[in-house]
Structures are given as C-alpha cells and as structure tokens.
Design a protein around this ligand. Structure first.
Ligand code: KQY
Length: 370
C-alpha cells in the first residue's frame, strides 16, 4: 500500500488526533545507540529499553526501528518476542515521540499521519545534536511502512510538546512552543492556528513552564497530561524551595481558571515528582563527550517525572526511579485509571538520556482500514 503526501491539512479533511487512551494498533519505538547521549555505549539504556518494550508488549504489539549497525544486536535481544517486530531504519537518536508521526483519524476510522519538521529541540540555537536529518525522515518512513498517507507540516514541532484530550483540547507549554529556537517567525496565534489545522483541535491550554532542567525546553509530556476528558494530571512538589514548585504552581493556577474546548472546567490531580534526582560522577563519566551534544556532568539535575508514561490497550507503562515516591505515584495513577493495569519499569537509564517512556514511544491508533 503506497503512502501519498497530501496537499491539504487534517482539519480541512476532517481528521483529528485521538486521545492516547483510545485503542492502539501498536506502539513504535527506536533502539538507542548513540554513545554521546547513552552511557557505556548505550548498553544500560538498551537493557532498559528491552524492559519497556516487553512491558508495552504485554498490552499491544510493538515495532522497534533500529539502525543497520545495531540490527543484529537488537535482534538478539528482541526478535524472539512474539509481540515485538523489528524494522531497519536510520535515525539520529531514540525519541520516537518526537521524530515519529502523530496519527490523526476521521469519524469513519480512517487514519493519516502528520510529519512535523524536526530540528533536534532547537536547531543550532540550543538544539541537542547536529545533524538531525535522519531523525527528520523517521515519520515519513513509519508512514511508508504502514501505507498511511502523510501531511508534511510547515512548522517545527515535536510530539512530546503536545497532549490532547481527543475532544478538542490541546495542552502544551509556552516555554517550548513559543521558544524562538522552534518557530521564531510565528506568533502565538499563528501557532494555535497551525495546531488546529494539523491536529483538529479547537482550544489550546498553555502552561507557562514544564519540568526544571528538561532539555527539550520543557515539553508538556514530562509535566502534565490528560488522564480523562477535562482531567489533568500535573507533576507536583510541595517544597517551595524547589524551583519546580513555581513551575507547578503556575500551571495549577492557570488550569484552575481555564475551561476546555467543551466549556468544562479542568479538574487537576497532583502527582508527586521523584527526588530531586541528580547525575552521579559514574553516570556522567560513561557518556562519550562530543562537542555538538549536551554535556553530561556530575550533579546535573535530572528532569525526572512520573508523568512521562504511556497509555496502552488496557495498561499504563510508567517509570520508577528507586525513589520513595514510586509507589505513591503508581497508586495515584492506578486509582485514577481503574480500567488500566499500571506497570512500573525502571526509568533512570532513559532519564539520563534526557527523557522517559512517553518520549520513547509513539502510539498508532486502531482504525477501520488496518
Ligand atoms: O524527552 C524527549 N521528548 C526527548 C528528549 C531528548 C533528549 C536528547 N538528549
């Protein structure tokens, strides 16, 4: 089945992004390998990756994109798993949330994909690596493999910068989407207009900030998400001396004054953050120091958050950090989502690379034609 590039926009064609809790055909991931982001030649991250992929595969099929250089290695770890498929795909790093397509559906269950412009979280003005051309091809290749038609967006966006409720409301952060290193030529209103065109939403909720020291310029998917229509889960600390407090408090105050696209007020649930967590000397020393990438130093604060989880079919896969808040966070999410089985998987190795389970994954909704 061929994949066409469409000249229109999803909104004009009657397509919109569904909520993450809608049924999935599969989840996509990318095998981590770059040694200037993943310590010790990415071996610990690859082991963590396998645990995450296996946890997701308890609920739905997983497709793992892997470079030619790592194909044998990834196969040795994953190819025997009955619900995990490997496909060869060049990439610059492992963040399928940001480099993969965002899927949009219409009312008759057809699916299409949005291929955002990608500039490695800021291009030459604060971006995290250069070059990023292979990453910018990932979404198109995923859509070609699946035979799904594509919209190529005319602006920079990463999938981790947005969450939707599937009922017209989009959640994002100003610090990321209005950052001059993404779309300096666009105003807030022009960005809102594009979000409407490419995701079929009606209203944007703008949290000012995200998680402290989040190197994506504070993606929404690390600080807050919809847990149900008109209900938001927000990363929270009660420690007023922690800079995270001001970020989370500003988000809470904002959300308490907002309504969603359907006119409902927003119910906010607080989810404690772990830590604060910091990079150890041993962890920093394991990363190859290469100029173009983010330096890794002992004592760097890590942008740890339990918000960075994935809804699956009947399950939720969330990170743990060997932290006293692990069980508290799990219980909160489990109580809010009684119809999902919550599984925790160690997330520190992925956090050392700058993200977590949600950033590592991209769900593909079920549709009538597949
Ligand atoms: O969290 C994400 N969505 C991506 C993180 C990228 C970190 C690169 N070092």
């Amino acid at each position: 089945m061929a994949s066409k590039t469409l000249p229109s926009t999803p909104f004009k064609d009657g397509f919109a992004m569904p909520a993450e809790w809608q049924p999935h055909k599969q989840t996509w991931m990318i095998w981590p390998e770059r040694p200037d982001n993943w310590r010790l030649g990415a071996k610990p991250a690859q082991r963590a990756f396998c645990d995450i992929a296996a946890a997701i595969a308890e609920f739905e099929p997983v497709t793992v994109a892997v470079s030619a250089a790592q194909y044998e290695n990834a196969s040795a770890h994953l190819a025997e798993h009955p619900a995990i498929r490997l496909v060869e795909m060049s990439n610059d790093d492992a963040w399928m949330r940001d480099t993969g397509p965002t899927f949009v559906c219409n009312s008759t269950g057809e699916i299409r994909g949005v291929d955002w412009q990608f500039n490695a979280w800021g291009g030459l003005n604060g971006g995290l690596y250069f070059p990023w051309d292979k990453d910018d091809q990932v979404a198109r290749k995923v859509l070609q493999i699946e035979g799904i038609d594509r919209y190529r967006a005319d602006f920079v966006l990463e999938g981790g910068a947005i969450h939707v409720d599937g009922e017209g409301t989009l959640l994002t952060t100003e610090y990321c989407l209005l950052n001059p290193n993404r779309n300096p030529h666009l105003t807030r209103e022009q960005i809102e207009e594009r979000l409407q065109q490419y995701l079929g939403i009606e209203k944007v909720l703008w949290l000012p900030r995200g998680i402290v020291e989040d190197e994506t310029d504070e993606h929404i998917d690390n600080v807050a998400c919809f847990i149900a229509p008109s209900e938001v889960l927000l990363a929270w600390t009660d420690d007023q001396n922690d800079p995270q407090y001001a970020h989370s408090k500003a988000a809470l105050d904002y959300l308490n004054q907002q309504t969603d696209a359907q006119g409902r007020s927003i119910k906010v649930h607080k989810l404690p953050v772990p830590g604060p967590l910091y990079m150890t000397a041993e962890e920093a020393a394991g990363v190859d120091p290469i100029d173009a990438t983010q330096p890794r130093r002992e004592g760097n604060r890590l942008a740890g958050s339990y918000i960075n989880f994935l809804f699956c079919n009947g399950g939720i896969v969330m990170p743990s950090f060997d932290d006293p808040m692990d069980s508290v966070a799990k219980e909160i999410i489990q109580s809010l989502c009684p119809n999902h089985r919550v599984i925790q998987v160690p997330g520190r190795e992925i956090l050392l690379g700058g993200g977590n389970i949600h950033c590592f994954t991209q769900q593909q909704p079920v549709t009538t034609d597949c």
